[in-house]
Design a protein around this ligand. Sequence first.
Ligand code: ADP
Ligand code: MG
Length: 297
Amino acid sequence: MSLILEGVAKKFGELQALKGVSIHLKKGEVVGLLGPNGAGKSTLMKILTGYYTEWEGSVVFYDKDLKTERRTIQKEVGYLTENNPLYPEMYVKEYLDYVAELYRLKNPPVEALINQTGLEDHKKKKIQTLSKGYKQRVGLAAALLHNPKLIILDEPTTGLDPNQLVEIRKLIRNLGKDKTVLLSTHILQEVDALCDRVLIINKGEIVLDERMENLRKDQKQIIEVSFDYRVETEALARIPNVQQVRNPHDFDYELQLKEKKDMRPAVFDFAHDNGLKILKLQLKNESLEKVFKSLTS
Ligand code: ADP
Ligand code: MG
């Protein structure tokens, strides 16, 4: 185990922001800390990075106790904060050199990280001229300069457009190959796209700790389809792998599938064979959403 938390609790005045969090993280895992706003994600992360020193419980990182060896542990932890504060007036490479100097690093891999985070063409630009996605890359590169074993990313993808999302996700996935990554998000799809494991946090408590593959196993897949004409539900039920058909309104249908296999091509064929036009067609993974809603509502 790379990181062991036992009964971690934190109060802000009367507010119990964390109520005894116990989790174990392994090396090479990408773990999502998923929860609604105010659940305690940032608070937990600030404890792990050594930012807060007043809290209850214990945190052990590779056999070192965070309460007594905070400085040593901080050298092994990379942290991208929620609002990713950068110096807008600095140039990208200048900023990374500056951070490396602050950390007093001997041979900081600045160029390698610029490469790895796709900042080659931007290293001579001022940070203030970069898009949000590229600013995130700079923050990520800065958090990796000291080659940390544990990487903590607080809402790394919030506010990115879909293209930037794909790129940043790829980067984070790659990090998980030889490091432990803990990232927070309030967006379920983020965890689904990125993580090996999910921790759902609600009101300061971990309410679910599960491997994504187990969650996906129980998932029911549903195809939502709309045709330009009415169809007999019995006919739709004869499409292979379809277990149940609902007709919520008019020409809209929901096909619940028996097993996890994309049956959209079969729905296309069905439409073609019956002279129908498809107006809408999408595949939904329902149970993950249900789990999240029921645990956090
Ligand atoms: P999340 O990151 O999941 O949105 P936070 O960890 O930021 O949640 O906050 C958890 C709870 O603790 C919230 O109710 C928040 O208002 C409160 N909180 C966070 N930081 C402070 C602080 N420095 N002082 C007082 N209350 C705080
Ligand atoms: Mg937060």
